[in-house]
Design a protein around this ligand. Structure first.
Ligand SMILES: NC(=O)c1ccc[n+]([C@@H]2O[C@H](COP(=O)([O-])OP(=O)(O)OC[C@H]3O[C@@H](n4cnc5c(N)ncnc54)[C@H](O)[C@@H]3O)[C@@H](O)[C@H]2O)c1
Length: 250
């Protein structure tokens, strides 16, 4: 798999930090030219610069996935400069403050749906027309969560949005199955990034105890699964949902 993305064009949303940054590095090591996108310009530029120091062709494009126009422009610019897009990772997303569903305000609900679900719809809508056009199959990887696969008390809107990402992936994959675009979703368990900062050290210790492997995952361990789904090594896989969860089964 090492260079199976030679000359592929890969776009990663939320590529500035955490799982997204590691995904950019992984796809770069696999030979892809990487477009790092994020709302955080400083860290996004830093990720692109880091890639370039390892010899990977990379640049940063600022985009807020909560703005339809930004997502449309990101896809359009990536395709225009490169004659299409081969890999798109819909990774950008936010966590939430733990709260029971009946305590959630409508604003909080809508905000979560916008950033964790509608954003993935926009990525799909604007990326798909540019995929499967550069002599290789397209691959979209949507980052959902194990929270979207079952009841997740306290994480209601997040869980609903991620369940939506799973469902969107399944339908999208069938719609594009004959169009040379594969679409899969991954569901990480708890991974060491700033998204789990909402939990203090004692809560994190409790969370760790619930993970059979006994520790949080690393962003690199999730990026490795994304790399596999991006590569032609997974050419018969579409519409599938993969967990990377250290054995936790919610
Ligand atoms: N860390 C975990 O435990 C975990 C578990 C399951 C799923 N996930 C999912 O993984 C994905 C990546 O999260 P992470 O854990 O790496 O967190 P992170 O906070 O380290 O990274 C998220 C990135 O998304 C960017 N982002 C946030 N809002 C954005 C917006 N509106 N437009 C563009 N970029 C935006 C942030 O700036 C950041 O760079 C998310 O979709 C998250 O829901 C994370």
């Amino acid at each position: 798999m090492s260079h199976s993305l030679e000359n592929a064009i890969a776009v990663v949303t939320g590529g500035a930090a955490g799982i997204g940054r590691e995904t950019c590095l992984k796809l770069g090591r696999m030979g892809a030219r990487v477009i790092v996108s994020d709302i955080d310009t400083h860290s996004g530029e830093e990720t692109a610069a880091l890639l370039r120091t390892t010899g990977v062709e990379a640049h940063f494009v600022a985009a807020d996935v909560g703005l339809e126009e930004d997502v449309k422009k990101l896809a359009g610019a990536a395709a225009e400069h490169n004659g299409g897009i081969d890999v798109w990772v819909s990774n950008a997303g936010i966590g939430g403050t733990p709260k029971k569903l009946h305590k959630i305000t409508t604003e909080e609900w809508n905000h979560m749906m916008l950033l964790d679900l509608t954003s993935v719809f926009w990525s799909h809508k604007y990326a798909v027309p540019h995929m499967g056009k550069r002599g290789r199959d397209g691959s979209i990887i949507n980052v959902a969560s194990i929270a979207g696969l079952g009841g997740s008390p306290g994480l209601g809107p997040y869980a609903v949005a991620k369940a939506g990402v799973v469902s969107l992936t399944q339908t999208a994959a069938l719609e594009m199955a004959k169009k040379n675009v594969r679409i899969n979703a991954i569901c990480p368990g708890w991974v060491e990034t700033k998204i789990i900062d909402f939990a203090g050290e004692s809560v994190q210790a409790e969370m760790r105890k619930q993970i059979p492997i006994g520790r949080f995952g690393t962003p690199a361990e999730v990026a490795s699964l994304i790399g596999y789904l991006a590569s032609p090594e997974s050419s018969f896989i579409t519409g599938s949902i993969f967990r990377a969860d250290g054995g936790i089964k919610t």
